[in-house]
Ligand binder design. Structure first.
Ligand SMILES: [Zn+2]
Length: 331
């Protein structure tokens, strides 16, 4: 018989309170601001669909096929240059995957240029069209970059299109090395779009690697976006969620902030090398094979996607990034 039954109970309550306070730190509500709502309103479902349709005309984007890689890099470079960006290529220099490079552009802040938030997505596919994986994520980065091209900001937002994700996160791994080589910059965090286009409103359409009641128990209907962060990057996930609440209240999300670092399945994309390097990063995903039956199949095509859902996610993230970067009145 336990002689001190109250102590474990008190200890459990204390741990629970600590955990709750940690989860809630950074939960401050966000007020919708007209100067942010206005620019993000140009990110419409129709626009996302048209942009994705023109991107998918490239066909397959296998990183082991140099001609497909070259066509994709040319397309994305021209697109970003049209909006006034200077595109930085980060060559991967991999004999097995010749010609591959990450594409990077920056909206440099006027007052605190060394403070850097990144928005990223991989552009390669497994040799299929990859409309959801990861054409949808590419459109997320492009649309956010397009909106930022019209703004002046205080801090810097960097847009990253990674090569060679499907063969082992090689592009993002290389990019993290570049970040670590610039210690004078203050890297703040990454928001990674990994498949943001697929929904299914039928009950039972959402699978899960594991369900843990109250902690990691995904809804059973696949109509939400998953916000996945490890412990240290939870603040950024909270910020994204607060901007969904303020700007896109109809968008359902499931918060796996702070806890996703414990799940192997939550590390299967380009934010993972950031976590390994101790850098903050959040993944936004429709959960890939746990919802989308076309994952890594030839049937991952544009007709299967939900552009209302995709546009809401991109608008909320862009609002979050604009709010973080601040406006500037520099000459
Ligand atoms: Zn992917």
């Amino acid at each position: 018989m336990n002689l001190q039954p109250d102590r474990p109970l008190l200890r459990s309550l204390f741990i629970l309170l600590c955990f709750a306070s940690l989860l809630c730190s950074g939960c401050a509500a966000v007020q919708r601001q007209p100067q942010i709502a206005e620019p993000i309103s140009s990110i419409t479902p129709d626009r996302c669909e048209q942009e994705l349709s023109s991107f998918l005309e490239l066909g397959s984007r296998a990183c082991w096929k140099p001609e497909e890689t070259a066509a994709t890099i040319d397309f994305l470079t021209r697109k970003l240059e049209d909006w006034g960006y200077q595109v930085i290529r980060e060559p991967l220099d991999l004999p097995r995957y010749p010609g591959n490079a990450n594409l990077i552009v920056e909206k440099v802040g006027h007052s605190e240029p060394d403070q850097i938030l990144e928005i990223g997505a991989h552009f390669d596919s497994v040799g299929n069209l990859g409309a959801d994986d990861n054409g949808s994520g590419v459109i997320g980065v492009l649309e956010a970059a397009r909106v930022f091209s019209t703004l002046e900001t205080g801090r810097t937002v960097r847009f990253c299109l990674y090569a060679c994700e499907e063969v082992g996160l090689l592009g993002s791994r290389h990019h993290v090395e570049q970040i670590l080589a610039e210690p004078e910059e203050e890297f703040v965090g990454l928001i990674n779009f990994e498949m943001i286009g697929y929904t299914d409103t039928q009950d039972g359409s959402q699978g899960a690697p594991i369900r843990i009641p109250f902690l990691a128990d995904l809804p059973h209907t696949g109509d939400f976006i998953l916000v996945a962060g490890n412990f240290s990057s939870g603040w950024l996930g909270n910020r994204i969620e607060a901007h969904i609440d303020a700007y896109e209240p109809q968008l359902k999300y499931y918060s796996a902030n702070r806890i996703s670092g414990f799940f192997a399945d939550a590390a299967r994309s380009d934010h993972s090398p950031y976590w390994e390097a101790g850098l903050d990063a959040i993944m936004l995903t429709d959960t890939a094979n746990f919802r989308n039956p076309h994952y890594h199949e030839d049937s991952d095509t544009i007709e299967t996607l939900d552009f209302e859902f995709m546009a809401r996610i991109i608008r909320a993230v862009t609002a979050c990034a604009i709010d973080w970067a601040g406006t500037s009145f520099a000459p």
